[in-house]
Each structure stands twice: as C-alpha cells, then as structure tokens.
Design a protein. Structure first.
Length: 306
C-alpha cells in the first residue's frame, strides 16, 4: 500500500485517530496537509496538561486489562494514540519529514489551521494546498465532536455544533476540493464515520448515548454512498471507515462503568489501536482499492457483527 507522491488533506489531524491517519499516510510516502484548530505539538501539550501521562483510558478510567472475566488482552491500545510512538520514532519531526523502514524518506507533513465549520477556513486551506502542491489526490474527513446527551437532554446549540462539524463539514470539504480531485488520476475521499452511526445504541440502563453524534454519523454514511454514486463519473472514489471503540480524546474521560460495556460488547473485547484505522484509510486510498467505492468499512473488533 505504498502511496508515494500522493497529496492528502486530513481534517482533525492533530490528535487521536487523525494523528494516526496522518502518520500512516506519511509513512507510506504521501505528503499530508493536516488541518485542525491547533498544531500537533500544541495539542500534545494541552492533552498532557489536562490528562497527564495516561494509563489505560486516562486518569483512572477503564483499563482494557480489567475485564470482568479477567481475560484482558496483553496490549489493547492503552491511553490512545501517542504521536511520539509512530513509525520512525524520535517524537515530533520539526521538518515534517519521516523516515520509513529501510531508510527511505517518507512523505512530508504540514499543519494548516482549520475550523471545519467555517467556509472561509476551508477556502484558506484550499489556497494553501493549491499554492504548495497544485493538486490533491486524497481528502480524509476525520474531524468530529460529540457530547454525552440523549434525545431529551441535547441542547439546540449542541445539536447544531455536532451536525455542523460531523456532517456539514465533510460535505463542504468535498465541494471545496472537487475540482482538484477530478483532475487527479487516483482521487479518493475517505470519511471517518462510526459504528454508532450504523447500529442503534443499547437500551437503558446502558450508558447514555449521544443522539446528535449518532445521527451525524448516520448522515455521513449516506453522504458517503450518495457522493460515491454522484462522483464516480469524475473518477472520484468515496468510502467511509467506521471505527468501533478506540481510546482517543473523544472517549478517554468516559467513566469506566460506561466504557467497559462498549468494549466488551465486541467479540474481540478490547479497544482498537488507532493504527488499525490508519491502515484502513491507507488501503482505501491505495491502487489496491481502485474498484472500491461507496463502502462502509467497520474497523471494530466485530462490534457490528455482535
């Protein structure tokens, strides 16, 4: 799945799954512009200040080794993706140049400020990509937000914020870069959805769900399939990766009693490693997936199958 010469944009790329996706693409040779509200170094500092050095799910949260049956896995993703632990090692590379195994230079990464809810921010990002590369081959819509509120407790502001970030923004991103993607011989869009947009939550007394998040991801899945049909004549493939439970900033502060049932519902009974999502994105962006479009690909340890 080498991606040498690929030019990619990843939203929400400063932390969590987004950071893993950025590193996965770059380690395979892609040049990646990652957009976020903060740069990765700033995000690392903020995250450590808020949560400290995490063990398990952060600050006394759920440790996947503490399963009720005592059969926790030896390694289960721990405190989520740490950018210092990527292939190439050595922490953050100020030049944005990674080294692949065997000493080959990997793709470059660069940060550009992006508020995915703001059309002007999208246009500024597009101007940067055009000025720097003159083209785009891959758009990864990863940025997302959530809240812990059900149907009756979700506020209007939360509903609007979540739908704007998780559903409007991918639509806006595709529209912003559609001409660049049309001109690319290997154009692809990968939307990061969720298993929670694919299957309903368990009924009470299960932990509270986020109805706005689930609705936004369900909408994103339909956007993926509809865009795949509409953009196929332009040579643009559109797919979605559906992560299951990963200990990322969205979940790391969830109380243990709420996180454990989600983890143990999956047959593999552990959180995923963000590198698994990155590998799925890299596959969908690769020549090996040239006939794959409109697909919703769960990466969930069997969660949706259960």
């Amino acid at each position: 799945m080498e991606l040498d010469g690929l030019v990619a944009v990843v939203t929400g790329g400063a932390s969590g799954l987004g950071a893993a996706i950025v590193d996965g693409l770059a380690s395979r040779g892609a040049d990646v512009v990652y957009g976020d509200l903060r740069d990765r170094a700033e995000e690392d500092l903020r995250d450590r200040a808020e949560h400290g050095v995490r063990d398990g799910a952060g600050g006394g949260g759920y440790n996947p080794r503490d399963r009720a049956d005592g059969r926790g896995p030896g390694s289960a993703g721990g405190g989520g993706y740490e950018p210092q632990e990527r292939a190439g090692g050595g922490g953050r590379d100020p030049e944005g140049l990674r080294e692949r195994e065997g000493g080959q230079a990997s793709g470059r990464t660069r940060f550009h400020p992006l508020d995915v809810r703001d059309p002007r921010s999208w246009q500024a990002l597009a101007a940067e990509v055009r000025a720097t590369y003159g083209r785009l081959d891959l758009l990864v819509n990863n940025a997302g937000v959530s809240t812990r509120a059900d149907l009756l407790t979700t506020t209007d502001d939360d509903w609007d914020r979540i739908l704007r970030t998780n559903l409007w923004a991918p639509w806006a991103g595709i529209r912003t870069f559609v001409e660049e993607l049309t001109a690319s011989p290997r154009a692809s869009v990968v939307n990061i959805g969720s298993v929670y947009g694919h299957i309903p939550p368990p009924p009470p007394p299960a932990p509270p769900s986020s109805i706005a998040y689930q609705v936004s991801k369900a909408g994103l899945h339909m956007l993926t399939r509809t865009a795949a049909v509409e953009l196929a004549p332009r040579g643009i493939r559109v797919n979605s990766v559906l992560p299951g439970v990963f200990i990322t900033p969205l979940l790391q502060d969830l109380p243990a009693e709420h996180l454990r049932p989600r983890v143990e519902r999956a047959p593999m009974a552990r959180p995923g490693d963000p590198a698994d999502v990155a590998a799925a994105v890299c596959y969908l962006a690769s020549p090996q997936a040239s006939f794959v479009t409109g697909v919703l690909l769960p990466v969930d340890g069997g969660y949706t199958a259960s």
